[in-house]
Design a binder for this molecule. Structure first.
Ligand code: F6R
Length: 613
């Protein structure tokens, strides 16, 4: 949520800043801005030049003056929290003299209080943002002498909240100061030039050598290197690591949208999630990062899964898998609710945090709540080294590759696969038989090929999507294993197409939602070929009797008196069927959004990685 970039070196900063912001735009896209230090000329000292605008990075690029030169610069793309999207609220923010410029991700909780004090001392505020407080605070400390990094440290000492920041000072243009507390900052090491960003995706075209700051750390970044230190000025040594994701992972690769590319990347993503983790000899899964031995696993009596949005729905599928394969009670709950309800933390419960980004603030706060009360948390996370991954006691990395489109698809699928591995491992430590273990191993191995088969039906799904897209809304129904699929299907449709969508357990229809059924409100029904098939067919009959239109996703064609259309997906083992049933729903949402002319990768009001409360 929001993106930060920074450059210092011999070249002009702006081309990197603009390209970096474009790569980070998926994290926030209501306004954007850049600041550079224009070098001193005869008779005039170095000064800040700032350009910012409401709108997209393309609008910023169009607004940028032709001679916007300077080798030290910072940039930001915003997802509004404090104040509407506007030119004035766009970052960077400055002090009265326009000497200090700050870009910021996160939230300053005591901004109002600080704003009142600073105003009394003469600061003139020109935006509604919490960030502007930082610019004035840093300027006030700089005015007392000392270096920029000392002023930033002193200012941050007064701040309550979360931040990733980058700071420029027109009078110390040989450096940029960055700091992290709850919002990522990563440094990129170049040849006599240095970069910084809130996400490696902005850096990979320029360098693979990166340094992740830890919470509570700052860095002074100069063209020839960097120094990392703590809030109490202790120097810390950080070794660079090498980013192994390909530059191409961040391009659309010839697809019309990132979302379509990511949907089609799912077979490969699943292969990577499974890679090296299936143990055919013992019909189990090998999960090196759990940090739990068989004895400790046997002592677990319950599993509580925590995540937000699609991660929560993937957790619901995970809970189902764990209950079925390991026969341990398992339940998924929105992390955003859990953290606020003073949850009871039990020693024999295993907590599992799910997050693609590894940055979602509510999920991180839930992990911290569990840990504070002495609980044990595993992470099911895509982004290596992310805040949630680091906060957990162990876990499973998805290795799904970077997910750029705001709506989650391949990470969702890989998360469910990771849960299948966890459930298999748990199950084999408990009472899952070797024969059942082999059954699941074989089904997992078949998944990538089966996902390809579903993706081959893209044209048929696109046709149906165009037909259903102009509905006044859509109902999604599924029963037991199918219910989380319905919830995720409804979520995907509403977030990218803005078509209203509701998910219900098929069993609940006649307890209320049946009243909504009419020709104007079609139903997407998950109808797997399992022990509940007859019950699901009965529900379809009830909908058709009320003149509802039905699009079924099933394992074999459904007769036309029960469904107007049917998408047939390959059959897996019943426990894994939800995974494959979900894939056509992703395509349906995508093609509905395209048919309606939506901004598929950047849906309105949303952003990737929700790093605020
Ligand atoms: C939906 C979607 C969101 C995220 C949620 C959690 O398509 O992308 O609902 O799933 O914001 O994000 P992560 O997984 O990064 O914690």
């Amino acid at each position: 949520m929001c993106g930060i970039v920074a450059y210092i070196g011999p070249k002009d900063a702006s081309p990197f800043l603009l390209e970096g912001l474009q790569r980070l735009e998926y994290r926030g896209y209501d306004s954007a801005g850049v600041a550079v230090v224009a070098p001193a000329t005869k008779g005039s000292p170095a000064r800040l030049r700032i350009c910012r605008t409401k709108g997209r990075v393309a609008d910023l690029a169009a607004a940028l003056p032709a001679r916007f030169k300077g080798g030290t610069g910072i940039g930001h793309t915003r997802w509004a929290t404090h104040g509407v999207p506007s030119d004035a609220n766009a970052h960077p923010h400055t002090d009265n003299e326009g000497r200090i410029a700050v870009v910021h991700n996160g939230i300053i909780e005591n901004a109002e209080e600080l704003r009142a004090k600073l105003t009394a001392d003469g600061a003139v505020f020109r935006s509604e943002t919490d960030t502007e407080v930082l610019a004035h605070l840093i300027a006030a400390h700089r005015a007392q002498g000392g270096e920029l990094e000392d002023a930033v440290r002193a200012a941050l000492g007064l701040v309550i909240g979360t931040y990733g920041i980058a700071v420029l000072d027109a009078e110390q243009a040989d450096r940029i100061v960055v700091a992290r507390n709850g919002s990522p900052i990563v440094l990129g090491i170049g040849e006599k030039e240095m970069f910084a960003a809130s996400d490696v995706s902005a850096l990979v075209r320029y360098t693979r050598q990166v340094v992740h700051l830890e919470d509570g750390e700052l860095a002074t970044v100069r063209a020839d290197g960097f120094r990392t230190f703590t809030e109490d000025a202790r120097t810390v040594t950080r070794q660079p690591s090498t980013v192994d994701w390909e530059v191409g992972s961040y391009d659309t690769g010839g697809y019309a949208h990132y979302l379509l590319k990511e949907i089609h990347e799912q077979p490969g993503a699943v292969e990577r999630t499974l890679s090296g983790r299936l143990d055919e000899r013992f019909a189990t899964a090998h999960l090196g990062g759990l940090n739990l031995d068989a004895r400790e696993l046997r002592e677990i009596r319950r599993v509580k899964i925590l995540g937000c949005g699609s991660a929560y729905y993937a957790g619901e599928m995970g809970a189902q898998l764990i209950e079925e394969l390991a026969r341990i009670p398992a339940h998924s709950e929105p992390a955003s609710e859990f953290r606020y309800r003073n949850p009871v933390i039990e020693a024999d419960t295993l907590y599992v945090a799910v997050s693609q980004s590894g940055e979602t603030y509510d999920t991180l706060a839930a992990v911290q709540e569990v840990k504070r009360k002495g609980g044990r948390v595993l992470g099911v996370v895509n982004t290596v080294g992310s805040a949630i991954a680091r906060a957990c006691d162990g876990g499973i990395y998805l290795h799904a590759g970077p997910e750029v489109s705001v709506a989650s698809t391949k990470a969702f699928t890989s998360t469910v696969v990771a849960f299948a591995l966890l459930a298999l491992h748990f199950g084999r430590v408990h009472d899952l038989s070797p024969a059942d273990g082999r059954r699941i191993v074989a089904a997992l191995k078949a998944l990538p090929g089966q996902i390809r088969e579903v993706l081959d039906q893209q044209d048929a799904v696109a046709e149906l999507a165009a037909e259903y897209a102009d509905s006044q809304g859509m109902m999604f129904i599924g029963r037991v294993r199918g219910y989380p699929v319905a919830r995720e299907g409804a979520q995907k449709l509403k977030e990218i197409s803005y078509v209203h969508a509701e998910a219900y357990p098929a069993s609940e229809l006649k307890h209320g939602p049946l009243a909504l059924i009419s020709p104007e409100l079609p139903t997407v029904a998950l109808v797997p070929d399992d022990e509940l098939l007859d019950k699901n067919l009965t529900a379809l009959g009830e909908i058709k009797a009320r003149e509802g239109r039905v699009l079924a996703v099933a394992h074999r064609p459904i007769e036309s008196r029960l469904a107007d259309h049917c998408l047939v997906v390959p059959k897996s083992e019943p426990e894994l069927d939800p995974l494959l049933l979900n894939i056509p729903l992703q395509l349906l949402a995508y093609h509905a959004a395209v048919a309606l002319g939506r901004d598929v990768d950047k849906p309105r009001n949303l952003a990737k990685s929700v790093t605020v409360e």
